[in-house]
Design a protein around this ligand. Sequence first.
Ligand SMILES: C[S@@+](CC[C@H](N)C(=O)[O-])C[C@H]1O[C@@H](n2cnc3c(N)ncnc32)[C@H](O)[C@@H]1O
Length: 448
Amino acid sequence: MCTMCRLPAKARTTASAKPSDMHRSEDNSGRCVLFASYAPHLIYPIGYIYHDLDHLFSPAVPPVTPGARVAASIEILDDILAGQAAEQALTRWARNSRFAGSKDRAAVRDLVFAALRTWRSDAVLGGGADGRARMIGRLRAEGADIDAHFDSAGHAPAPLAEEEQQAGAVPTETGDRWNLPEWLLPQWQAALGDDAEAAALLAQDRAPITLRVNTRQCSVADVQSALEREQVLTEPNALSPTALTVLSNPRRVRQSQAYTEGWIEMQDAASQAVVDAIPDGVRALDYCAGGGGKALALAARGFTVWAHDIAPGRMADIPDRAERAAVQIRVVAPDQLPAKEKFDVVLCDAPCSGSGAWRRSPEGKWALTQDRLDELNSVQDEILDTAMAHLSANGTLVYVTCSVLTCENEDRIAAFLSRHQGWSCILEKRWPISEAGDGFFTAHLTRG
Ligand SMILES: C[S@@+](CC[C@H](N)C(=O)[O-])C[C@H]1O[C@@H](n2cnc3c(N)ncnc32)[C@H](O)[C@@H]1O
C-alpha cells in the first residue's frame, strides 16, 4: 500500500491517460510511482508523480479551487500555531486530502512557506494571529483579490466579516517589516550594518534553486543543453563556476537525465563557493557531513573524502549519492575516526542557526532563542576543538556556517584563536544573502 495515498500497489487501471498501459506500484519509500509498459517484457518507471494518480484514475474529480488552497493553508497554519512542525502539518493535510493533486500540494506548500517567511507582517496586515488572519494578510501582501478566495465556494473559507475587513494595518515596526524575532534585531543589525534591511527583505523571498555540476562527469555547458532538452532552463551562477540557477520547471530536475546520471546535485551556490575556496589537497575529512552536500563537492574536486557526523542517520544517503556521482566517500561512525588518520583538510560545517538560509527553512527563525544560540556557540567551539586533532601538520581547518550572525562566525574564530596559541586565521569570508545564494561564512585556520 502506498504510504501517502493508501491505495494498494500494482492496482491495474484502464485509465485512458497516456501511455495507455499503466499500473501503479511503489518506490522504496512506499510512495506511488507511475509505471508505463511499452512491451510485455519491458516495464520501467516514467517518473514519480507523487500521489496525484487519482486525477489520472478518476479524471472527474474537480480541480481544487484557489480558495480551497487558502482554506487548506489556514488549517495547516493553525496546526503549526498549535505546535506542529510545518512538514508534519503539511504531510498530515496531504494524507487527509486525497482530492488534492501534486499541483495543489505544491501550491499549498508554497502558501504555507510564504506565510512562515512573513509571519509578523502577515499578522499585522491581516489584523490577527491565527491562520485565517495570516492568510488574509498574505493575500493582502500579494495584492490578491480577497473576496475571490474567501467566498465559501468549493471548500473555500467563509467571506470576511465586517470586522475582518476593517482589521489590519500596514506594518511599520522594524521587526514586522523585516520579519525577524524582536530579540534578534540588534544582533542582525550589528552583524550586517547597512545591509541588514536588504538581507532581511531577501530572507522573505523564495530561495533560488541552484544546481552543482559534477564536472568529473559532465561539463557545465553539456548539462545546460541536456536540461534544456527537458525544458529546464538554467543560467550560470556567478558565485561558483560549477553552479547553475534553474530558471524554469524546477520540479522536473529530479526526473531529468542529468540528475539520474549523476551530472548534477541540488546545492546552493554559496555552499559551492565555500568548497571552491578550500585549498587543494589529497585527503579531506568532512567532520559534520550531514547529508553529504559538501563531501560530494569535495570528492568532485578530487579529494579522497571521509564523512563523519555525530548523528550517523543523517549520512544514510551518502553512499547512494556518491555512487550516483561516481565518487568514493568513506562514511565513518561517530567518534570512530582512528587517531592516526590525518587530513589535509578538516571541514567543520557546523550546526548553526541557519540564519543565512531562513528563506529555505523559515520556521527556524521563529524557533531560535538566545539560549539556543548560546548552546550552538558552545557546540561550534567544541567541534573545532575536537576536529583539529585530525589535521595534518600543514593542513587547513575549515570552519563553515550558513549563518549571518557574528556570534556564530567571527566570534567563534576569535575564541578559537584565543584558546589555541600558534594558530592563525588565513582566510575569513562572508557570502551575503543574495538573489544568487544563501548567506554563508567560512574561515581557514592553520598552525603557525
Ligand atoms: C550544517 S549541517 C551539515 C550539512 C552538510 N555538511 C552538507 O553540506 O550537506 C551540520 C551537521 O553537524 C552535525 N553535528 C552536530 N554536532 C556535531 C558534533 N559535535 N560532531 C560532529 N557533527 C555534529 C549535525 O548532525 C549536522 O548533520
